[in-house]
Structure formats: C-alpha cells, structure tokens
Ligand binder design. Structure first.
Ligand code: PEP
Length: 260
C-alpha cells in the first residue's frame, strides 16, 4: 500500500516558541494515515521530541550528511538523526541543490545513508522555470531519478518517497495546476516502472510547491498524489491543520484501512 503523508518543511524558520505553540494543537488531530511529519530546523529536534514522543506525529530532518561520522564541521549524520527518533530525512531539496551544489550522485549517497540507518528518505526532484520553458522538464526529472532507480532495489524503495517540487512553484504562492501535477506524477510512475516493473504503482509520490489551504484539495485530487511537502504554510498552525485535514478528506481512508 502506498503510504500517505504530509510533511512540514520549516526550513530555517521557527523557534522554540513555535514548537511550544504548534505541537499541542497537532497532537489530537494527527492520525496514523496520512502520517503527519514535521521537519523543524535540526536545533529544534530535541524540543520536537519532547512534544511529539508518544503521539502519532512523526518528525524528520531537512538534510543529512552522506557520511556516518567524521571531521565535517556543521554537518549532521543519519545515525544522529536516528538517535533523535527521526523517521524521515528530506534529501536533495532544490534549495540544497541550488545553493549548496548538491549533485544527483550526492543525493543518491545521502539516500543510501538514510536507508542504511533505517530512516525513510524523502528525495526531492523538480525542474526550474527555465527548464520547463525549454521543454526539458521530463528530461530533468529523468536525470534526477535515474541514479536512484539504478542504485536501489525494490526493498530499498519501500523506504524512499519521491517529492516532486517544481522549483518555479516553491515559495512563490503559485502552486502547479492539478493537470500539471498529474502529468508529472504519471511520468514518474511510468519512468520508475520502465526501470523496475511494478515500482511505479507502489512508490509514494508527494507534491510540493506553494501548497496552501485554498489549493490543497485540488492538489490531492490527482489519484497519483500521495501527499505533500509543505514549506511556508506549515509554519502557521491553522494553515497546516487545514492542509492536513484536506488530505484526510481527499484520501479514501476507509479503503486504505481495509487494505492495511
Ligand atoms: C518546499 O520548500 O519544500 C516548499 C514546498 O515550500 P513552499 O510550500 O513554501 O512552496
């Protein structure tokens, strides 16, 4: 069964005060499906653990090193994230690719580190506006996905989630249209199937890029979308809850539970 999840990416935002206000409001709302995953800044993971332990809320880190330990000032390793109870790690976010020069190879190494230490990797892919306008969206996605499909077998893919985040939609307030999202999701599933028969239908695909309460239901209407990665709107308690509740309404939870 494809896992359904809503992932909050706080990026370099938030504070201890936000943790203290946010978590009490989420605890009674969070269900097991769709999973509610909060990825605060790494320094706020400990506070997250304090509030979310023993609840249905899961948490994760926004980035990890591909190395397990060493002289790498400022980096955070997957074993450290695992020790803090992180179930997820976002890997290869477009901001990491653009501002920190992360390559497809490095992203694949980070996914591998996650899998080795039992953390589910949320691997981000997505084209820039220039690439879309040049008609290169699908070739860019194919390039970003190819190494992951070559390197990881079907068992590993049970612990990899792909987040399609068109760079032109991130933080702009302009989400991609449902038809555009559906088209890309279908492409990703076909591309995955061609490399690994059967994977296309079993992999979990998230959409990310200006998901807000007013467009959330449209985003979830594509049957190929299994959830969302949410940036800006996840910093506001009401917006985040509205998006989560839209996901709960959109996914057919009864049939999910029967299939579980
Ligand atoms: C993101 O950066 O992962 C993201 C989706 O941001 P926003 O929702 O703010 O567009």
């Amino acid at each position: 069964m494809r896992r359904k999840l809503l992932v909050a990416n706080w990026k370099m935002n938030g504070s201890l005060d936000l943790c203290r206000r946010m978590f009490p409001a989420l605890i009674d709302v969070a269900r097991t499906q769709p999973e509610m995953v909060i990825c605060p800044p790494t320094l706020h993971i400990a506070e997250t653990v304090r509030h979310a332990s023993g609840t249905r809320i899961r948490w994760g880190v926004q980035n990890v090193s591909e190395k397990a330990a060493g002289a790498l000032t400022g980096e955070v390793s997957v074993p450290m994230a695992h020790e803090m109870g992180c179930a997820y790690a976002i890997v290869g976010h477009s901001e990491r690719r653009a501002f920190f020069g992360e390559s497809d190879e490095l992203v694949a190494d980070k996914v591998q580190a996650c899998l080795f230490h039992h953390i589910t990797a949320i691997a981000c892919v997505g084209e820039t506006l220039a690439e879309r306008q040049a008609g290169q969206a699908f070739s860019v996605l194919a390039r970003q996905l190819r190494l992951l499909l070559e390197r990881f077998d079907d068992e590993a893919w049970r612990h990899i989630v792909i987040a399609y985040e068109p760079v032109w939609a991130i933080g702009t307030g302009e989400s991609a249209q449902p038809e555009q999202i559906g088209q890309v999701m279908r492409f990703i599933r076909h591309f995955a199937d061609a490399a690994r028969p059967g994977l296309g239908q079993s992999m979990s695909l998230l959409y990310g890029g200006s998901v807000r309460p007013d467009c959330a239901e449209h985003v979830f209407q594509s049957e190929d979308v299994d959830g969302a990665l949410v940036g800006g709107a996840s910093l506001d308690v009401e917006s985040w809850l509205a998006i989560y509740q839209a996901a709960c309404r959109s996914f057919d939870l009864d049939s999910l539970q029967q299939a579980a």
